[in-house]
Design a protein around this ligand. Sequence first.
Ligand SMILES: [Zn+2]
Length: 292
Amino acid sequence: MSDNDTLQRFMFEATPVRGEVVHLDATWQAILARHDYPSLVRNILGEAMAAAILLAATLKLHGRLVIQIQGSGPISLLVVECKNAHELRGLAHWENLPEHGDLVSLVGNGTLSITLEPDDEKDRYQSIVELKGQSLADALMGYLQQSEQLDTYLWLAADAGRAAGLLLQKLPASGEFEDHDAWGRIIHLSSTITHQELLKVNQLELLHRLYNEENVRVFDPLPVCFRCSCSHDRVTNMLRTLGPDEVQDILQEQGKVSVACEFCNQKYEFDSVDVEELFASSIRSSTSETRH
Ligand SMILES: [Zn+2]
């Protein structure tokens, strides 16, 4: 059975430890088809995508989860977004990239932030920490420990074909669990995993290889996909906030207003008639509002 573009949740019976393993395939190819990333940038972006879906799934978040890295080094920006725990998009900016380098040398002095935006928008939450660690998995584990006090282990890998990740999380201790050594033992068993295993081995086979002496229960696999949340309406609203003068200037200069989404490269074009319409309807709606 194919486990492409699948998130597999599992837990250890009678043990306060749960986990998830994810493979991104067509989802990952959709990102790579839209931008040509050098392999160093590509692999960190893929790892961030895998991490975003793993974290969104642990939170069972309805809404947006955004992981953002910003820095002064060759990779100045990396953003991934996971919506409704199964839709992913992402992008990265870079220049003057060296041939090799760990995370901190590529990003330089930088920050790592995670933003949670539930659909009801009441509890928007963002936490920012200094970026530390040789790999993205190190940086995220540091973040989770520091700002969430969560015992979480992450293994991440990406190449041209796939992005993948494994997450283990220790649940709050409670009386019903008697196996107090489980966390240390399971981390120890997991620490043998290689990037190649994470990328190449079928998820259930991987769980069997790592935990064959443990009692693992797996849940139904969940699908993952690429989807960009840009839309004609969003671009229209963005142009309205720029205001008629600025948009008319662009129109004069370029003959049309063309906006490309940075995540998916979708182009949105507005000619002079569209621009008239854009501001005519915004004036109409604002006058109708003032009548109330
Ligand atoms: Zn888009």
